[in-house]
Design a protein around this ligand. Structure first.
Ligand code: FAD
Length: 295
C-alpha cells in the first residue's frame, strides 16, 4: 500500500527503519526482528536504507523483497541520487515497480567517504528535489523526503534550508521524515516554520533510541543534531556504566516520545539500527497514548 494512503487511513502509528543485514547469515535473525516489530506494533511501514552512492543497492532490494515475502508490511526503499544517471535510476525504479515496492524515500545522499573530491555539481541529479521530480513521472510511487529540524549541515541558514525544503515538497513529496533530534523544541519550531512556508504534508519525527551515548554524540556531530544539556546532565553520573547509559537513554527518549504525542504528533519513525529491545522498551509505556487515537 502507498504510504500516502496509509497516512490518510491511520490516525496514528509508528514506522521502523532498518539497514540491510550483513552477510548471508544475517537475514534470518533480521527477519525475526522485523516480525517481532510487526506483531508488537503493527507498524505503518518498514523502510530500508540505501548505502552511500548506491553501495547497498542490491542488498537493499533483497531486504525489501524478503520483508515483503515473509510479512504483510508496507515497505519503503530509501534511494539516493548523487552519482546516479537517469538511465540507472530508470532501471532501478522499473525493478521496484515489478517487485511491487510502492514507496520511496527520495534522498540526495552524501558522497562516499573514500571520495573526498567528489563534485556534487557534475551529476545528473544534484538535489533530492531532482529525484522527486524524476520518480513522480512514473505515476506509481508514494514519495517521501528527509527534512532537518536543526537544518541540513550544508545549508547556509535555517531560512534557506526551509525554502529548499519547500521546493522539494512542491516537486511532489507526499510526506517527510525528519533527521533525529533530542530536544522537541527544534521539531516544534521547525513545524511552525514549515507551516508558515506552506509545507502541509505529514512530517514524521525521526526518533533515535539512545543506548550508546558516544555513538550518538558521533552521529550528532556529522548530522547537525544538538545533544541537549539536560540529556548530558542525566548521563554524567552513569558514564562508566553501559547499562546505566542505556537505561538513562531509553528513559529520556521515552519521555521525548510522550511529549511529542501529548503535543499532537501522530506518527513516530524509529531508527531501529536493526535492534528491537530499546525500541520495544520505549514503545511499551507509550502504547496507550498511541492506541488512544489509533485509526
Ligand atoms: P537535499 O534535499 O538535496 O539537500 C541537500 C543540501 O542541499 C541541503 O543543505 C539543502 O539545504 C541544499 N539544497 C537543496 N536544494 C537546493 C537548491 N535548490 N539550491 C541550493 N541548495 C539546495 N543517506 C543515505 O545515504 N542513505 C539513506 O538511506 C539515508 N536515509 C536517510 C533517512 C532520513 C530520514 C534522513 C533524515 C536522512 C537520510 N540519509 C540517508 C542522509 C541524507 O542522504 C543526507 O542528509 C544528505 O546529505 C542530504 O540528503 P537530502 O535528500 O536531504 O538532500
Amino acid at each position: 500500500m502507498k504510504i500516502r494512503d496509509v497516512l490518510k487511513n491511520k490516525k496514528t502509528g509508528v514506522s521502523f527503519e532498518f539497514f540491510p543485514p550483513k552477510g548471508a547469515d544475517g537475514m534470518g535473525p533480521f527477519i525475526e526482528t522485523v516480525k517481532e516489530f510487526q506483531k508488537k506494533h503493527a507498524p505503518l511501514y518498514a523502510s530500508v536504507t540505501y548505502g552511500a552512492g548506491g553501495s547497498t543497492q542490491q542488498r537493499t532490494m533483497e531486504t525489501l523483497l524478503k520483508i515483503k515475502e515473509t510479512t504483510d508490511l508496507n515497505v519503503m526503499s530509501h534511494l539516493t541520487c548523487i552519482g546516479a544517471t537517469r538511465q540507472s535510476m530508470d532501471a532501478l525504479l522499473k525493478g521496484y515497480m515489478e517487485a511491487g515496492v510502492e514507496n520511496i524515500l527520495a534522498l540526495r545522499g552524501d558522497p562516499p567517504k573514500n571520495m573526498r573530491d567528489f563534485d556534487l555539481t557534475k551529476g545528473e541529479f544534484r538535489y533530492a528535489r531532482d529525484l522527486v521530480e524524476f520518480i513522480k513521472k512514473y505515476n506509481f510511487f508514494s514519495v517521501g523526503v528527509a527534512l532537518y529540524p536543526e537544518k541540513h549541515p550544508e545549508a547556509p541558514s535555517l531560512e534557506k534550508d526551509i525554502e529548499y525544503a519547500k521546493m522539494k515538497v512542491d516537486a511532489g513529496a507526499d510526506f517527510a521524515i525528519t533527521q533525529m533530534f533530542f530536544d522537541n523544541c527544534y521539531y516544534y519550531d521547525f513545524m511552525d516554520r514549515a507551516i508558515a512556508h506552506g509545507i502541509n504534508i505529514p512530517i514524521i519525527p525521526g526518533i533515535m533510541p539512545v543506548t550508546d551515548f558516544n555513538k550518538i554524540k558521533e552521529f550528532c556531530s556529522f548530522c547537525n543534531a544538538t545533544i541537549p544539556e539536560s540529556l548530558s546532565r542525566k548521563m554524567l553520573p552513569v558514564l562508566e556504566s553501559p547499562e546505566g547509559i542505556r537505561k538513562t537513554g531509553v528513559e529520556y527518549v521515552t519521555r521525548q516520545c510522550e511529549d511529542l504525542l501529548e503535543n499532537g504528533v501522530k506518527y513516530l519513525h524509529f531508527y531501529t539500527l536493526n535492534r528491537a529491545d530499546a525500541v520495544n522498551e520505549i514503545l511499551e509505556p507509550i502504547s496507550k497514548l498511541l492506541s488512544a487515537t489509533r485509526g
